[in-house]
Design a protein around this ligand. Structure first.
Ligand SMILES: O=C(O)CCC(=O)C(=O)O
Ligand SMILES: [Fe+2]
Length: 194
């Protein structure tokens, strides 16, 4: 496969209408059991700078940033959305990482979603609700190559192909005043080999 100059990522602004996105944001703030995930950073365990929740079907335990997470059940608001996400992504998703960024100090550092349980060339569907934040890509072997998206209320970002293999992404902090934001990355975890 030839290497692409651009991550295979496409943004659909307003994928959810504003009133539907408003209602989902409120429902999820209440329905999701938000917690602080501890992650491994440069050999130390630290609190991640955001609130998170790993949600999924039975059997979708996930190892990320050195920690293992067992899935919480799907809140009603997310279960209702799931078939529409599957249709947009063309994949039957079975899990979601939900993140709540309370303000501009909450962020996510550089990473790829390349855990083995996602398989090769995974499709990841990322739905954003609330304050618009910058989402940046940089090429793994040539960090001067960068791309960015502004992820607004109700937008759906689809990442596919070699996006995870070739690029890292991050959600930087910002000093600008920004409204709280929830991001949902729908994923398909493959059954564990035995
Ligand atoms: O909040 C975002 O838009 C990024 C989330 C992300 O990269 C992830 O959950 O892996
Ligand atoms: Fe990610």
């Amino acid at each position: 496969m030839a290497e692409t100059n651009f991550p295979e990522a496409s943004l659909i602004p307003g994928w959810l209408a504003a009133d539907e996105a408003d209602a989902l944001l409120v429902a999820l703030r209440g329905q999701v059991p938000w917690e602080v995930h501890r992650i491994r950073l440069f050999g130390r365990w630290v609190d991640s700078p955001r609130l998170s929740c790993w949600i999924g079907d039975a059997g979708t335990g996930y190892v990320y940033s050195g920690a293992r997470f067992e899935p919480r059940p799907w809140p009603d608001a997310l279960a209702a959305l799931r078939p529409r996400i599957d249709e947009a992504a063309g994949v039957a998703m079975n899990s979601v990482l939900a993140n709540l960024y309370r303000d501009g100090r909450d962020a996510m550092g550089w990473h790829s979603d390349d855990e083995p349980e996602l398989g090769v060339r995974p499709v990841i569907a990322s739905l954003s609700l609330g304050g618009t934040r910058r989402f940046v890509f940089r090429h793994r072997r040539d960090p001067a190559r960068k791309h960015e998206f502004a992820l607004g209320h109700g937008s759906l970002l689809l990442m596919a192909g070699d996006t995870q293999a070739d690029w890292k992404h991050a959600l930087p902090r910002t000093a600008r005043p920004v409204a709280p934001r929830i991001n949902l990355t729908f994923r398909r975890i493959l059954p564990r080999p035995r």
